[in-house]
Design a protein around this ligand. Structure first.
Ligand code: DOR
Ligand code: ZN
Ligand code: ZN
Length: 432
């Protein structure tokens, strides 16, 4: 089946395109942007064509989320590979990278194959599994990294925590460098974090909970950059939340160290001053920081220091998040709100152009993972996101397809709606 996407505004940062044009897809691949050569028209239309009217909409290479938690196996009451990937498809994502903090942890080739087998049957989009760095994420013994990569792992991470033993971590980074897979780093010094629940500051004091200082993140960011320099591993820093992280990534890049960074919508949209007392929907790790930190993240995004926008989609059960802030688990959902929050907070404010937004949600994530995608030039996979940047609506958590309802953004007025998510030339969203 062929696909004719008509009259949309094509945004393709890799090709430097921003303009109205048609897109032609055949056998899951982009055949042409603009028009078909005379000789090919007959054949294209004879094969049967689905038309999508994209006038007034933007047509973009499919979004790729470098950071989600799908919770299967082990925590299916929070989310499953099926509900999590459906939420991602609804959010405009054609691929997601599920983190390994499942139960059991995704820490061996067999587990990578298990995740891929479930995804094959249940997911409307691509799934690029992330393998754990240590067995059971216990921080002691390195996993079979080569075996996991051979089984289909696209990256390594200990997300949920940092590997605190720098010796073990350095060995893993050497393996990652040898096998050319990126390390997605959650930066948190466990000993410094203690029982901290919110950013260290007035808000934490007011609510009587322990604080998490910026140094908790910055110390590990510094260590990881030093180890990337020493080992040559490609280091990607997850959910950057501090101005220190932004500054260190900037200097590391200037030095030519292979490092990239991501920011999540909550960290560039909210600060700890926005936290409503005892609402654990404002609790995530790393925590909401100060206005100076959020400013630095926005500037880092605008200046290309921060390469990607990811969600850290972290669904939890309702009762779990109804607990007092000090006790509730860290994390909020994000797959179904990230595009609208990015459009509203970054594009409508002039911080990012639409092309830059696509770069952060598609082109750069593909480059960081080393997978094909992130562009709609002829020959590329037909992974496509079509969205309306002007549509205004209020976020309603009751409309989420994720099992998680844990968001601080319920009721927020935003711009930007996903119209279609297309994977390999087939419509994954709207669902049929
Ligand atoms: O907020 C978070 N939630 N941060 C993490 O690092 C882990 C995640 C989760 O798995 O819930
Ligand atoms: Zn994390
Ligand atoms: Zn995470």
């Amino acid at each position: 089946m062929n696909l004719w996407i008509k009259g949309g505004r094509l945004l393709d940062p890799a090709a430097g395109w921003d303009g109205i044009c048609d897109l032609f897809v055949s056998n899951g691949v982009v055949v042409s942007a603009g028009s078909l050569p005379e000789g090919e028209k007959q054949r294209f239309f004879d094969a049967g064509v689905t038309e999508i009217d994209a006038s007034g909409k933007c047509v973009m290479p499919g979004f790729v989320d470098l950071h989600v938690h799908l919770r299967e196996p082990g925590f299916e009451y929070k989310e499953t590979i099926r509900t999590g990937t459906m939420a991602a498809a609804k959010g405009g994502f054609t691929a997601v990278c599920p983190m390994p903090n499942t139960n059991p942890a995704t820490d061996c080739p067999e587990m990578i194959r298990r995740v891929l087998a479930i995804a094959e049957k249940d997911s409307p989009i691509r799934v690029y599994p992330v393998g754990a760095i240590t067995l059971g994420q216990r921080g002691e013994q390195m996993t079979d990294i080569e075996g996991m990569v051979k089984a289909g792992a696209k990256a390594l991470s200990e997300d949920g925590k940092s590997v605190m033993d720098s010796g073990v971590y350095r060995e893993a980074m050497k393996e990652a460098a040898r096998l050319s897979v990126p390390v997605l780093a959650h930066c948190e010094d466990k000993n410094l974090a203690g029982r901290g629940a919110l950013n260290a500051g007035k808000k934490a004091e007011e609510l009587g909970v322990e604080g998490i200082t910026n140094a908790v993140e910055d110390i590990i960011v510094a260590r990881d950059i030093l180890l990337a320099k020493e080992t040559g591993a490609r280091l990607h820093l997850c959910h950057c939340s501090t101005r220190g992280s932004v500054g260190m990534i900037r200097s590391a890049k200037e030095e030519g160290i292979p490092v990239s960074g991501e920011a999540c919508p909550h960290h560039f949209t909210l600060t700890d001053e926005d936290i409503l007392s005892n609402d654990a929907n404002y609790k995530m790790n790393p925590p909401l920081r100060s206005a100076a930190d959020a400013d630095a993240l926005r500037r880092g995004l605008a200046e290309g220091v921060i390469d990607a926008i990811s969600t850290d989609h972290a669904p939890h059960g309702r009762e779990e998040k109804e607990a007092p802030i000090a006790e509730a688990p860290f994390g909020i959902v994000g797959s179904e709100t990230v595009f609208s929050l990015a459009v509203t907070e970054l594009v409508k404010t002039g911080i990012l152009s639409p092309l830059q937004l696509v770069e952060k949600m598609s082109t750069n994530p593909c480059r960081i993972l080393g997978v094909r995608g992130g562009s709609l030039q002829p020959g590329m996979p037909a992974d496509i996101t079509i969205a309306d940047f002007e549509e205004k609506y209020a976020i309603d958590k009751n409309n989420f397809v994720s099992k998680g309802r844990n968001t601080p953004f319920d009721g927020r007025e935003v711009y930007g709606a996903i119209e279609y998510t297309i994977v390999s030339g087939k419509v994954a969203y709207p669902f049929r």
